[in-house]
Every structure is written in C-alpha cells, then in structure tokens.
Design a protein around this ligand. Structure first.
Ligand code: BMA
Length: 363
C-alpha cells in the first residue's frame, strides 16, 4: 500500500460510491472521479493555460482554431488532464485576461477540454477594487473590508462578482469547474493576503463569493478549492478556512526556488516542504472528508534535466493528491515556463513522467 489516505474516509466523503447514480450532477461526477484517482493511487497532471499558448506560440484566431496545440502534448503525446485558466480581468468586463488570453478562448477551451474528457480549473487574479491597482497591489490594508457589507466598494465589487459569475454561467452547466479564488492568502503578496486583512474578513470574502455564486446565481457546477501557500503549519493552514460547507478541495501552492547561489539545486528543500505540506493535508483531508490537491507548483525555467522524475515525482508519489498543476509556459516572458516544450532539455524526462502508471494525462 503506497498511498495512505484512508479509503473509508474517501468513500464516506464521495457522495455514495456504491450503486449507479442516475441523479449525479456534473459536480458530483467530478468529485467522485477525483476521489477515484486518489483511491487508486493516481494523480492527475495539470498545466496552466495549456491550450491558449505555449513557450513559442500563441493561438491567434481562437474562433477558427481547433485548439489542438499544447506544449505538453507536443512533448508527451497527451494533453494534461487538468487545464488551468485565469479569470483576472473578467471583473472589469475586459475582453482578454491579465495574460492577454481572450475570454472567448477560455470559454471555448473549457468546453472543448471537458468534451475531450479533461478537467478545468479557474484561478482568479482580480484587480484591486479600492486602489485600482492589480492583484499584487498591497498598498492598502482596507481593501477586503471595503468590499464587505457596509464597505465603500461593496456595490462595485458585487458587479465584479456578477461579471465573473456571468462568464462561468456562459461556459454552460455541463462543465464542472474547479474554482480557486482568493488563493495564496497565507502570504501577503495579494490584496487579500495574510497581513492585508483579518481572519474574519478573509473568511467573509470567501463566503460572500460562495454565497453569491452558489446561492444567488445557482452555479452548482463549481468545486471550490481553498489554496493557501506553503510552507505552512496545520494551524496556519486552517486559520482562515471558511468552513466545510464552502470548500470541496483542500489545495496548496508551493514552488521550488533554487536561489541565486543554487541553494535548492538538489530539490531537497522542495521535497521537505512538500512532505510536511502533504502530511498536513492528508490528515486534514481525512478529517474534513475533502479531496486534496497540489493546486500550483513548478520550477521556473526547469533548469534540471531530471526534475519531473527525480524531484516532483518522488515528492508527491506517496500521497493521495487528486491532482498536481504546474504553472504556465509564457510565450512573451522568456524563461517563464513550468512544463517542457519541444526541443527543451528536459523533454525526455517530462515524457517519462507522463508514462508513469500513477500519473494521469489525457490521451
Ligand atoms: C504569475 C505569473 C504572471 C501572471 C500571473 C497570472 O504567476 O505567471 O506572469 O500574470 O501568474 O497568471
């Protein structure tokens, strides 16, 4: 038994694993499917923005493009099972997201990837509603308070939520989507981060978003992912947890960072943090009957020819995480990539990773 999350807990948590479930919603089916991966000791692999652009290409004419290109597919022969997309900019009614991806393309990619048998996750880097800056504008500690009931930006923020909900609705009810708002809040680089609001304010922000999407707008196709960033203790992981009712997946973000003097060249620090993190999350997932996932990870530029099989895989293989997602391959930011691409030196290693029996790609 290489995986040690309790199968009993999984069965309890997944909405009835026994008989046929004719009444299962797309969300139930996805929860069930992700629990099944975990139960079978499998981990789905995901890549951010995989169908919209790659290291040296970008979809130009999305309406007529079949969206068949993917760096991951070019390297491994398979699509990533999980496709990540970001909604940053939808709140302003923009045509393109913060990384220049048209929302029409995101909608089409989401629908197509789901039809192909894949799974989609949305993150969201909304602008700062108080200062007008971006998600990383941490110049004010009043921002979260300003969008909560009684706050000066509450009405405007409801319009932001409405635009995000309208977009999700436009994708259609058949695509269950892992939605991961207000992420990495245990650090202080986003306006909703640790030092920028109180625990109560963060929880209210999360719950208010959930209540608007689920109760007011009836968006029942979303799996809500809570994703602090590591390193983290069990106490701080749960400190701002909005509650079981509002969360389906316990996620976490953590990247390897080698450092200017090659401090973590071996990946030992990364492995240590991931081990502590996944031990914590395994226990919490069992206790709260939730799926767990490594919702963002990677090593920028992957300057390690064996990173996939010798750093990432050993770090995660003994844990029942439902998926692991590596970040985007920017086409316009040299060196900002987190998956291999054709001609890149660790291409063969990523292919070997994709062929491991417990790592799931989309054939
Ligand atoms: C960050 C970087 C940025 C990007 C943002 C949102 O990690 O990749 O370039 O704008 O994510 O996708």
């Amino acid at each position: 038994m290489k995986k040690y999350m309790l199968i009993a807990a999984l069965a309890l948590a997944s909405c009835s694993t026994s008989n046929k479930k004719p009444m299962e919603t797309p969300k139930d089916q996805l929860v069930h499917r992700l629990f099944t991966y975990a139960e079978n000791g499998q981990i789905a692999y995901g890549h951010q923005d995989d169908l919209s652009y790659g290291h040296s290409w970008v979809v130009e004419d999305w309406e007529n493009d079949p969206l068949e290109r993917s760096d991951v597919k070019d390297v491994t022969g398979k699509y990533p099972m999980i496709l990540g997309c970001d909604l940053g900019g939808i709140e302003l009614g923009n045509e393109k997201n913060l990384d220049g991806v048209p929302f029409g393309l995101i909608r089409k990619a989401t629908q197509l990837h789901t039809q192909r048998g894949g799974i989609v996750t949305f993150s969201w880097h909304p602008r700062n509603p108080l200062t007008g800056g971006d998600a990383w504008d941490v110049s004010s500690k009043e921002v979260v308070r300003s969008v909560l009931p009684g706050g000066e930006k509450m009405q405007e923020f409801r319009t932001w939520l409405k635009r995000a909900a309208d977009f999700i609705e436009s994708v259609g009810p058949d695509a269950p989507i892992i939605f991961r708002p207000w992420h990495e809040h245990t650090s202080s680089w986003f306006w909703w981060g640790q030092d920028l609001c109180t625990t109560k304010e963060y929880q209210e922000l999360f719950r208010m978003t959930w209540l608007y999407f689920v109760k007011e707008r009836g968006l029942t196709n979303l799996l809500w992912c809570y994703s602090p960033n590591a390193p983290i203790t069990p106490e701080s992981y749960m400190e701002r947890y909005p509650g079981d009712e509002f969360v389906d997946i316990l996620g976490a973000d953590f990247y390897e960072f080698i450092g200017p003097d090659g401090e973590d060249k071996s990946g030992a620090r990364f492995a240590g943090v991931i081990k502590d993190l996944l031990n914590t999350m395994t226990a919490l997932g069992t206790e709260h009957h939730k799926l767990i996932a490594l919702s963002e990870t990677g090593l920028e530029g992957i300057p390690d020819a064996q990173w996939w099989t010798e750093v990432l895989y050993p770090a995660i293989k003994d844990y029942s995480i439902s998926y692991v997602l590596t970040w985007r391959n920017a086409h316009d930011k040299p060196g900002h990539f987190y998956a291999a691409w054709p001609g890149f030196e660790n291409e063969a290693d990523m292919k070997a990773f994709s062929e491991l029996s417990d790592i799931v790609f989309l054939d």
